[in-house]
Ligand binder design. Structure first.
Ligand SMILES: Nc1ncnc2c1ncn2[C@@H]1O[C@H](COP(=O)(O)OP(=O)(O)O)[C@@H](O)[C@H]1O
Ligand SMILES: O=P(O)(O)OC[C@H]1O[C@](O)(COP(=O)(O)O)[C@@H](O)[C@@H]1O
Ligand SMILES: [Mg+2]
Length: 423
């Protein structure tokens, strides 16, 4: 069940010394709840080195591409992919396509970079991606022509849900041509909204940076009479960053996330809850994820980014105006500070916890590829790294479960007015 497609019989002995059985599986949902229908029985292959390899390292050519928005840890992943390929298996031909999927198009992209242990030696100390990144499509036919021309056997695609869909499109094109290509995904995004991955790399670092911003926001609010700090944070479809930073900082009074369509006006609305909080405590910190409250902003055209993602309307500026107007109308003196840490939370180097995660993701991706597996993304649940079929992973969207301990911890630490936050 949920076996990963293989390119052929694995027959080369692995140079490594410990192995994971190809038959080992882990349940995606291991919890048994009394009286509830059993969770869907999804059993995933356990990641790790295999005893037999499909690829002969001496003749294998691998490539790496990083796509989508920046994320702390991209360089750690590139470094560990290269070092595991080179030192672990003896692969000598490793190319880095430059600037996301566009780099696979020889007419649009820069010349790929030959990747060596020397090239990647220090890159994990920097944020960003040594291979650069981009949004937007590539012509799959042109890209696969290029992969075939360059005799690439393995392509590592480092990115979020969009990138993994892109990887699948390349694999399907290669299959149609009868070309044996291993496409293995490493799940990247600060938003943490990838299914079958409890923590995408970069998320913890983003929470750390967001928490720093909240500490400053709290100091600003607390240092004046009726100080209100409004902080906007990334999180297009999911409020995981907002939730994590709320719990870590313990300084937020209202956390607004895309999963909870809150009410703004009226007796049970957010503005009234904020007014009560200010009258009681004379300061307040509000944290709003960029995808929250989209239902409140009417008018204007829908806009999409180059990858086709719907752009969020600016809930931060919208709330700033509405709070300002409400407090003026009520005749309550206040000082409102608006803080948008924006790209600062994702352009920094990875924190040690993410550094560890990146290394595990990357090395497991190499093990899977060398065994001849394809069309998979490395997953991570219950502390076990897995092989998730890319089709399965991209068929689901992960959002915060409002019955989870995480969301209840947000409610407990903020004490936010439950009535204003139905759902
Ligand atoms: N359905 C799709 N099919 C093929 N390529 C896609 C698809 N969705 C996104 N992509 C490509 O994947 C890359 C990254 O996607 P994007 O949504 O920007 O970031 P992320 O991978 O972080 O979700 C872009 O180059 C985009 O064009
Ligand atoms: O302005 P950009 O670079 O398009 O990115 C904004 C988006 O990128 C993110 O940081 C991460 O998104 P992806 O994982 O899809 O790359 C989102 O939180 C945010 O909505
Ligand atoms: Mg995405």
């Amino acid at each position: 069940m949920n076996d990963i497609p293989v390119l052929g019989t694995a027959r080369f002995p692995s140079p490594l010394t410990y192995f994971v059985s190809d038959q080992a599986r882990v349940l995606s949902s291991p919890i048994i709840t009394p009286n509830a229908p059993p969770a869907e029985d999804i059993r995933l292959e356990i990641a790790g080195p295999r005893e037999k390899l499909f690829f002969d390292a001496r003749t294998t050519r691998a490539a790496i591409v990083t796509c989508g928005g920046l994320c702390p840890g991209l360089n750690n992943v590139i470094r560990s992919l290269v070092r595991q390929l080179y030192h672990g298996y003896g692969v000598r031909e490793i190319l880095g396509f430059v600037g996301g999927y566009q780099g696979l198009d020889p007419w649009r992209g820069a010349e790929p970079i030959p990747l060596t242990p020397e090239f990647v030696d220090d890159i994990h100390k920097d944020g960003g991606s040594a291979l650069k990144t981009s949004r937007g499509p590539v012509d799959t036919s042109i890209a696969v022509d290029n992969l075939i021309r360059r005799k690439i056997n393995i392509l590592f695609v480092v990115g979020g849900d969009g990138t993994q869909r892109g990887g699948l499109a390349l694999l399907n094109e290669a299959r149609q041509r009868g070309y044996a290509l291993s496409v293995v995904g490493v799940p990247k995004t600060i938003d943490n909204d990838v299914a079958f991955v409890s923590r995408t790399f970069g998320y913890v670092t983003a929470v750390q940076e967001a928490t720093q911003a909240l500490m400053g926001a709290h100091t600003e609010a607390h240092s004046v009479h009726n100080g209100i700090s409004l902080v906007k944070i990334m999180g297009r479809h999911a409020g995981f960053i907002a939730a994590g930073a709320t719990i870590a900082s313990q300084e937020v009074n209202f956390t607004l996330v895309p999963e909870v369509p809150f009410v703004l006006d009226g007796e049970n609305g957010f503005l009234e809850a904020l007014r009560k909080r200010i009258l009681k405590r004379a300061h307040a910190v509000i944290l709003v994820a960029e995808g929250a409250g989209q239902h409140l902003i009417t008018g204007g055209k829908d806009e999409y980014d180059a990858s086709g993602n719907l752009k969020s309307k600016d809930i931060g500026l919208f709330l700033r105006e509405r709070i300002d107007a409400y407090f003026k109308q009520k005749g309550i003196p206040f000082t409102l500070r608006y803080i948008d840490p924006s790209y600062l939370i994702r352009s920094v180097p990875a924190c040690p916890e993410d550094g560890v995660l990146c290394d595990f993701f990357a090395r497991n991706a190499v093990h899977a590829a060398m065994a001849g597996k394809t069309g998979l993304v490395i997953g991570h649940q219950h502390d076990v790294f897995t092989h998730v079929p890319t089709e399965l992973l991209t068929s689901q969207k992960k959002q915060m479960d409002l019955n989870s301990p995480e969301w209840h911890a947000v409610l407990a630490t903020t004490g936010q007015n439950f009535a204003a936050f139905p759902g």
